[in-house]
Design a protein around this ligand. Structure first.
Ligand code: C2E
Ligand code: MG
Ligand code: MG
Ligand code: MG
Length: 283
């Protein structure tokens, strides 16, 4: 809906809108060559079990290092990549690269059992997504249980047969499925029982409210309750302090991710941290 409003506003030649439009154009032109110029890179952020403190996985997060603009935030360029359709080819590269990295960690004995990859709504509408994922797994020699795909509510609520078939196809491959930013989209929960997802990622806005307000804590508790009754696991995003982690653990949240445990970082930095972790854990 916001997009429609944006398009309408363009007709009135609002100067602010022109800037935004030309910026989008610049970004999409830059993005077109970003892959071939080697400007795209994946960073990884660890995910932990709140019970055992063990690393259960890492989320791959895309970074764009532009030679003039520096690091461009995904919040700015992912929407442009979606609008221009570039997310489909970039997304295929992300899947191959994340699977390759996951396989490398396995081969080197680095214990990061699962790598999670974000899938945009547009990719979910692409009939070729299932084969793209299958090829990425095969090329890396990665077992499907080592890959998790993070889907968005907005991608799933489009109650269309194509999306339904794609999600079923992904499930048949044996990868696990998570709902990212759970609770921030339209709260039509029907898709949760219709589609076989494994994990709800509780959005960081709720996690932030958890310690601020009683309502915040009630919402997080309710999400965990929904997940439990449907047999799904929960992961809290954006956990920045110990009290929040403890509160989440007491509410029965399974996993967590956030600056408290580690920022997103290049694969080699995470590899080094994992080695340190092993040494200090053994000591
Ligand atoms: P997301 O998938 O919900 O990713 C979580 C975002 O929260 C990341 O921002 C991460 O850096 C940030 N974050 C993690 N822990 C904390 C914390 O403790 N505090 C705070 N304040 N933030 C935290 P990032 O990397 O800027 O990515 C933003 C969004 O861009 C992602 O949200 C995702 O929707 C999209 N995105 C990123 N990489 C990809 C990708 O490879 N493909 C697609 N389709 N989308 C991506
Ligand atoms: Mg995500
Ligand atoms: Mg998220
Ligand atoms: Mg988010």
């Amino acid at each position: 809906k916001a997009k429609d409003a944006g398009r309408k506003a363009c007709r009135y030649y609002d100067p602010a809108m022109n800037v935004a439009t030309s910026e989008r154009l610049q970004l999409s032109n830059g993005l077109r060559n970003a892959l071939s110029r080697g400007e795209l890179e994946l960073h990884y952020q660890v995910q932990l079990s709140l019970d055992s403190d063990e690393v259960i996985g890492a989320e791959a997060l895309l970074r764009w290092n532009h030679p003039q603009w520096g690091t461009v935030s995904p919040a700015r360029f992912i929407p442009v990549a979606e609008e221009s359709g570039l997310i489909v080819s970039i997304g295929a590269w992300i899947l191959r690269e994340a699977c390759r990295q996951a396989a490398e960690w396995r081969a080197r004995g680095v214990v990061i059992p699962v790598v999670a990859v974000n899938i945009s709504a547009l990719q979910l509408q692409d009939p070729a997504l299932v084969s793209t994922v299958a090829e990425a797994l095969a090329a890396a020699g990665l077992p499907p249980e080592a890959l998790e795909l993070e889907l968005t509510e907005s991608g799933l609520i489009q109650d269309n047969a194509q999306v339904q078939a794609t999600v079923e196809g992904l499930k048949e491959l044996g990868v696990s499925l998570a709902i990212d930013d759970f609770g921030t989209g339209y709260s039509c929960l029907a898709y949760l029982s219709r589609l076989h997802v494994d994990l709800l990622k509780i959005d960081q806005s709720f996690v932030r409210d958890l310690k601020r307000t009683a309502d915040g804590s009630a919402i997080v508790a309710a999400i965990i309750q929904i997940a439990r009754s449907l047999g799904l696991r929960t992961l809290a995003e954006g956990v920045e302090d110990r009290e929040t982690a403890e509160a989440l653990r007491q509410l029965g949240c399974n996993h967590a991710q956030g600056y408290l445990f580690g920022r997103p970082m290049p694969a080699r930095s995470l590899t080094a941290q994992m080695a340190e972790r092993r040494v200090s854990g053994a000591a």
